[in-house]
Ligand binder design. Structure first.
Ligand code: PGA
Length: 253
């Protein structure tokens, strides 16, 4: 089954609104031509309106890096799905930095995923093991739990609006990517199997599973050649126009 590749740039806590516009303008002429894949950028909240204005009609979509699950109310500093929906079609949920530094759990991931879907925002749900978990041989167990609990209660129809990113924590921002073969084995053997147990075989087979963790122009193609790697969630390299474009080109070939 053909799954359309996705290349998504997670800009994390980088760039003012003006800088973000500069970044997107530098990428736009070439990135808009690579239209056989889905291209996405995830700026900080304050830059989303300006980036979204620049990208109108380009085919490149803007997403948010998180959302809260309530629609409005006394939740100082949170952003609701209704607010994100004004500008964004996608949202990253459960990134390991959220889990590591801000106390996100599989339960809060589940609430955010449900809130996003209820507002027609497509979540990219991030899963992945820490170095300690990998060394203890618990990668499959951890990733399976993150999927089963993070997606609990969803029905198979939700699958077409859901994307998964497998990002081993030890590979994020370290320059130490997983090998394409190892990543593919987790995608096929653990992620897709766990998805099938929650959403059914057919839905799981159609879902895009991205790899993330030190994806660069030099290794991108080797990841995309793997049968169960359907694209990439890119951090550091997404802040460099030439690198992000090269990664998108590698996915398009
Ligand atoms: P990295 O980050 O590409 O800088 O390793 C990936 C991510 O956190 O999504």
């Amino acid at each position: 089954m053909a799954r359309k590749p996705i290349v998504a740039g997670n800009w994390k806590m980088n760039k003012t609104s003006a800088e973000a516009v500069g970044l997107v303008e530098a990428m736009l002429p070439r990135l808009r031509e690579i239209d056989t894949i889905e291209r996405m950028v995830f700026p900080v909240y304050t830059a989303i309106p300006a980036v979204s204005a620049c990208l109108t009609g380009s085919g490149i979509v803007v997403g948010a890096q998180n959302i809260f699950w309530e629609e409005a109310g006394a939740y100082t500093a949170e952003i609701s799905p209704v607010m994100v929906k004004e500008f964004c079609t996608h949202v990253i949920i459960g990134h390991s930095e959220r889990r590591q530094y801000f106390g996100e759990t599989d339960e809060t991931v589940n609430k955010r995923v449900k809130a996003a879907l209820a507002h027609d925002i497509k979540p990219i749900v991030c899963v992945g093991e820490t170095l300690k978990e990998r060394e203890a041989g618990t990668t499959a167990e951890v990733v399976r739990r993150q999927i089963v609990e993070g997606l609990a209660g969803l029905n198979p129809a939700a699958a077409e609006n859901l994307i998964i990113a497998y990002e081993p924590v030890w590979a994020i921002g370290t320059g130490m990517a997983a090998t394409p073969e190892d990543a593919n084995a987790v995608h096929a053997g653990t992620v897709r199997t766990a998805l099938a147990s929650v959403l059914g075989e057919e839905a799981a087979a159609a879902m895009r599973i991205l790899y993330g963790g030190s994806v660069k122009p030099g290794n991108a193609k080797a990841f995309f050649e793997q049968p169960d790697i359907d694209g990439a969630l890119v951090g550091g390299a997404s802040l460099k126009p030439d690198d992000f474009i090269a990664i998108a080109e590698a996915a398009a070939i």
